[in-house]
Write a protein that binds this ligand. Structure first.
Ligand code: FAD
Ligand code: NAD
Length: 473
């Protein structure tokens, strides 16, 4: 079979590449091998099947459960016994995933993309061999090939995964009972999101983090505030703690680690390993393709996602940069446009990050620590959600919005938010930075009242000590 473009991988980097290429009037196939625990195949990759979407479904349900338990009375709302029906919560999660992954097939159909389920392997000369689940092999030839094979959880040798007691993030999204004691190795993005879910539903959660600082990539004003809130939620976060091993003993897991106080032992019912992800390239490349893998397992590419082999591109988690669905999507779309001869690029300096805890954390641009290290003179404005009428009305007055601006030309260098709907609010910050808005531009932009977005407005005013609704310090 002959195609203009064959995409290997149907996750958030691969499927948008396929759709955009088809929109560019190219003949496209997208090959994906994702297989769910129930044996069904589905497009959507990690994000839709085992990552972004199921985790957000459970974060939403568990947050509602917590608020019903702890906040409704404040609003004057009372009810009888609050019950958790975890099976129903999990059915909702599974049904959202099914709808979203099924949606990709519908999008493929409407755009004319040929979706193929099976394992794709790049052969020399831009050919792709597809091994279907029933073992049949099909050879595809393509003018351009896009590699979008994604990533997989890092496993620790001394903490052997069994999928039952010692698990990864995918297993931890599909627990059928709330573990009484949950251990999490790694207090990164996955650890904090999944730790929050199970804590809200009743688990005693202990998190063992090797580094002695929470979220080192986050602006430290925000990270320090986050640590306080997470500990208040009941996440027992142990920083600077090194795991030496874990063993399953009957129905429990015994974890050995060392912290500043010496050797420690933790006994839990389930242990989630969330220590990062690594690029996934197993069985992707036949010999002689000319594509190399770097020391960390990534496929090397230039800023336009070209590999060193002409007409072979690579996008998403399998290449450098943050392992984020929206970063992969933009790369996929860029590559599909470049293949069609259009101009396209990704602005790697303006990629937002969101951690979907409560309060949420979101940021774009440089942290204060990075700006300080760069030597550039800067000013900072911040606005607490405690002073936002809308946040108060939502019973969500925790957190702060912080803007870092350049002294020389008033450029916005970074925007950092911890607070309600931070992940939605960061969209305005991204747009402002993408359009090179100055801090004054934000100051002069009207924000509806009462909205959470006023926090961005007031923080921009605070940069010049001209906030109206907060003290200027
Ligand atoms: P993947 O999504 O991993 O997709 C790759 C696909 O290619 C898979 O379906 C795989 O089976 C298939 N494949 C691999 N090799 C082959 C082959 N040889 N032949 C055929 N098919 C192949 N990111 C966010 O931006 N926001 C979030 O909220 C978020 N939450 C997350 C929560 C969790 C628990 C996890 C684990 C991740 C989360 N992420 C989130 C990260 C996000 O899921 C990834 O960045 C994103 O999925 C990467 O997209 P991708 O297309 O590069 O790879
Ligand atoms: P991460 O890099 O965010 O966090 C891993 C944590 O584990 C780090 O804090 C690290 O110091 C710690 N760690 C590493 N080895 C350890 C060890 N031996 N013992 C104890 N701690 C150890 O990785 P993650 O949380 O696994 O997430 C993987 C990727 O998925 C991330 O790149 C993230 O961007 C993406 N993701 C994104 C979102 C989101 O956008 N909201 C959500 C989930 C995952």
């Amino acid at each position: 079979m002959k195609f203009d473009v064959v995409v290997i991988g149907g996750g958030p980097a691969g499927y948008p590449a396929a759709i955009r290429a088809a929109q560019n009037k190219l003949k496209v196939a997208c090959v994906d091998e994702w297989k769910n625990f129930d044996g069904t195949y589905a497009f959507g990759g990690t994000c839709l099947n085992a990552g972004c979407i199921p985790s957000k479904a459970l974060l939403e349900s568990s947050e509602l459960f917590l608020r019903a338990r702890e906040e409704f009375a404040t609003h004057g709302i009372g009810f009888g016994d609050l019950k958790l029906d975890l099976a129903a919560m999990q059915r909702r999660r599974a049904s959202i995933v099914k709808t979203m992954t099924g949606g990709i097939l519908a999008l493929f159909k409407s755009n004319g993309v040929v979706g193929m389920q099976g394992h794709g392997r790049l052969l020399p000369g831009n050919q792709v061999e597809v091994a279907a689940p029933d073992g049949t092999k099909t050879l595809l030839t393509a003018t351009d090939v896009v590699l979008a094979s994604g990533s997989t959880p890092i496993r620790l040798k001394s903490v052997p995964h069994d999928g039952v007691h010692i698990v990864d993030s995918w297993n931890a999204l599909e627990f059928d009972a709330v573990p009484k004691r949950l251990g999490v190795i790694g207090a990164g993005v996955i650890g904090l999101e999944l730790g929050s879910v199970w804590r809200r539903l009743g688990s005693e959660v202990t998190m063992i983090e090797a580094v002695d600082q929470l979220l080192p990539m986050v602006d430290q004003t925000i990270a320090k505030e986050a640590l306080r809130h997470f500990r208040k939620l009941g996440l027992d976060i142990k920083l600077g703690a090194k795991v030496s091993g874990a063993t399953v003993n009957g129905d429990v897991v015994e974890v050995e680690y060392a912290d500043a106080k010496g050797a420690q032992k933790l006994i839990v019912d389930k242990l989630v390993v969330a220590v990062g992800r690594r690029p996934f390239t197993e069985g992707l490349l036949a010999g002689g393709t000319g594509i190399e893998i770097d020391a960390r397992g990534f496929i090397p590419v230039d800023e336009h996602c070209r590999t060193k082999v002409p007409h072979v591109w690579a996008v998403g988690d399998v290449v450098r940069g943050p392992m984020l669905a929206h970063k992969g999507k933009e790369e996929g779309v860029m590559v599909a446009d470049l293949i069609a001869g259009r101009a396209a690029e990704v602005n790697y300096k303006v990629i937002p990050s969101v951690i979907y805890t409560a309060p949420e954390i979101a940021w774009v641009g440089q942290t204060e620590e990075e700006v300080k290290a760069s030597g550039r003179a800067y000013k900072v404005g911040s606005f607490p959600f405690a002073a936002s009428g809308r946040a108060r009305a939502m019973e969500a007055g925790l957190g702060v919005t912080k803007i870092i601006s350049a002294v020389d030309n008033d450029d916005i260098l970074g925007i950092h938010i911890i607070g309600p709907m931070a992940g939605e609010l960061i969209g305005e910050a991204v747009l402002a930075m993408e359009y090179s808005a100055s801090t004054e531009d934000l100051q002069r932009t009207i924000h509806a009242h009462p909205t959470l977005s006023e926090a961005l407005h007031e923080a921009s005013l605070a940069v010049d000590k001209r906030a109206i609704d907060a003290f200027n310090r």
